[in-house]
Design a protein around this ligand. Structure first.
Ligand SMILES: Cc1cc2nc3c(=O)[nH]c(=O)nc-3n(C[C@H](O)[C@H](O)[C@H](O)COP(=O)(O)O)c2cc1C
Length: 187
């Protein structure tokens, strides 16, 4: 009897930047390009479409973009975040995204990690805020998969990905760690 192949674990890639030439999205595009064969990545592209969070609207039927966000998180085995720091904390638009996750259960217990793409010594306020906010959502923060990978614009190719093999290898490793965490303890 033939057995169907197991579906690949999906890692949802969340960028906290709306900037067209975003270095954070560059990291996530590179992760997508460098993903190992046993992982499927989905780059979330709905950040700009999310309405401002209002608890009155956090009820069925949810606004379409919010339902889309929650479905994307629900379908993912794990989440990888890459966000800039603005004024010592997260960009308001990305904090808005995280606020929309609080009222749902999708991110609760979900393995989540982040990559800090800022220059050395920078971006620590964003990391601290991520830890606080994700703590409130009940996400399973995977420290072993969190990393600092400063983006050197000279290594970004025309396709918008980082060519440095060491960076690509690290990102592939992060995706593997998240996929393993998303699979849970083996029986
Ligand atoms: C309004 C604003 C505030 C910023 N505040 C900080 C900050 O507090 N700390 C920091 O390290 N960088 C800060 N930056 C720099 C950004 O984090 C940096 O430019 C980052 O590369 C932007 O990410 P992106 O390229 O993905 O858009 C700020 C940038 C802007 C536009």
């Amino acid at each position: 009897m033939s057995t169907l192949p197991l579906p690949l674990p999906v890692i949802l890639l969340l960028s906290g930047s709306l900037r067209a030439a975003s270095s954070n999205e560059t990291v996530l595009r590179t992760a997508r390009a460098a993903a190992p064969a046993h992982v499927r990545t989905v780059l979330y592209e709905g950040l700009a479409d999310l309405p401002h969070f209002n608890p009155d609207d956090d009820a069925e039927p949810l606004p379409g973009p919010v339902a889309g966000l929650r479905a994307a998180i629900a379908e993912a085995a794990a989440v990888l975040i890459c966000t800039p720091e603005y004024a010592g904390t997260l960009p308001g638009s990305f904090k808005n995204l995280l606020d929309w996750t609080v009222g749902g259960t999708e991110i609760c217990d979900k393995p989540v990690a982040w990559v800090n793409a800022a220059a050395p010594g920078r971006g620590e306020g964003a990391e601290a805020t991520l830890r606080t906010v994700l703590g409130y959502t009940g996400a399973d923060i995977r420290d072993e998969a969190c990393a600092r990978i400063p983006v050197d614009r000279r290594t970004v190719a025309a396709d918008g990905t980082i060519t440095d093999e060491a960076v690509r290898t690290r990102l592939a490793r992060i995706l593997t760690l998240l996929a393993d965490a998303g699979r849970g303890p083996s029986a």
